[in-house]
Design a protein around this ligand. Sequence first.
Ligand SMILES: Cc1cc2nc3c(=O)[nH]c(=O)nc-3n(C[C@H](O)[C@H](O)[C@H](O)COP(=O)(O)O)c2cc1C
Ligand code: SF4
Length: 518
Amino acid sequence: MIPRIYIPGDSGALALGAEKVAKAIASELAERGIEAKIVRNGSRGAYFLEPMVEVATANGRVAYGPVKTSDVKSLFDSGFLTGGHHKRWLGAPDKIPFLAKQTRLTFARCGVTDPLSLESYKKHGGLNGLTNALGLTPAAIIAQVTESGLRGRGGAGFPTGIKWKTVLDTVGDRKYIVCNADEGDSGTFADRMIMEGDPFVLIEGMTIAGIATGATKGFVYIRSEYPHAVAVMNKAVEIARKAGVLGASVLGSPNAFDMEIRVGAGAYVCGEETALLDSLEGKRGMVRAKPPLPAHKGLFGKPTVINNVISLASVPVIMDKGAAFYKDFGMGRSRGTIPIQIAGNVKYAGLFEAAFGMTLGEIVDEIGGGTATGRPVKAVQVGGPLGAYFPRALFDTPFDYEAFAAKDGLIGHAGIVVFDDTADMLKQARFAMEFCAIESCGKCTPCRIGSTRGVETIDRIAAGIEPEKNLALVTDLCNTMKFGSLCALGGFTPYPVMSSITHFPDDFKPAPVRVAAE
Ligand SMILES: Cc1cc2nc3c(=O)[nH]c(=O)nc-3n(C[C@H](O)[C@H](O)[C@H](O)COP(=O)(O)O)c2cc1C
Ligand code: SF4
């Protein structure tokens, strides 16, 4: 049997040197006259171990990482093609604690299969969900998705089944499925990782959404900063089309569904669903007033499902294993699993898919291993740039939509960014206002003007100018932004600002005291 070597082609792994490692392994193979197949798989998401190279042995896969080009010769000398011992030896990948502790439903194949092999996809359960869906009525598919408890993973946590039912029930000569792959939140990479590591699962999920709602065309809107994801998705769509997964007759059925990949121009607000639709229509990305909902009048005025990548990519496993299987994971009204993206100043950064319900403390301290600097954790921002900063006192909060909302926070797209005790929370609050000012689409006053006034007012607090009066002013401004903004960019910027003020009051003390305290 020709040895198989898996080297991730995922952009996270590439950023850590995977391409150089792949080249070094290829030239070492040539030099030693060894015939082997190199597979460029996705990443398994343990980025602290990337580039993680795996070899298929008679006893299963064996991983090595993080591999440097300087390790390559000695890896061959140690017999790594048959799992030989080496200082980078990690053993069976699914026994690596960071991976073993996960519940991989949506990301089951990511890092395991060849992303562009439909054969490999099918061998690992791919297309089972679509095949099952084709045997059901649209209403029955939607009933399964609703019953599973799946909620939108893009941030708002809206029930996916209800959204799909609205589109099914809306009359339209044309309907669309739009996948939101703008992934603008700080510290998030789940959408990118699955598009690069298991693109067919997104194609399958979108096709099921099309069949369930009567939509025949889909668009994936990918941020321009993701050129690798764009390339992989384009290739995967082409392969799916040739294989009859997409096209006039999906898997030989009477259902038609096809899709295209579109590249965004780079604005955080273009992740907001209505701004995204404007951008997709070729206009400047401006938020639309609701109603009408996109489900009634969306892309080009037609009924449109707009869902996040992970929401759509979670549908195949639901349609394969059943709503009850999926619903069995999680807590409260947060059902199933969620890919938590652990980033920032953390020892073990990566993607950790788990059932809802782990506490923030478990995620940061046990899974993330605390800070990379070894200093105490001061704050964790959960849910992207519009998410609240949680202090250690709130580490018992379970990862659950309602539990986070009850603590004035949000889960968002499940990105968590860790900060150590050197972080200045006044600077972070200022950054939140500045980010809003830069990214605002400009349509409504509380966000467009409020964020700029917010930066100025926080600057006055930092300078020690009437700090109490200005703190009250920021609080008042946050209330205006929260309740008066048209969309969540202006409406949620108060979360990072107010959580910084509430949980880290010392950082907002007048300048002389701050200096003295330091
Ligand atoms: C400023 C802003 C940025 C957003 N960015 C994203 C994004 O990058 N990706 C995403 O899926 N949802 C994003 N959302 C949420 C979308 O508006 C929308 O709720 C989501 O695409 C719906 O899909 P879901 O129900 O599957 O979560 C953003 C919202 C706002 C207000
Ligand atoms: S809150 Fe900001 S981004 Fe949203 S519509 Fe208003 S100005 Fe635009």
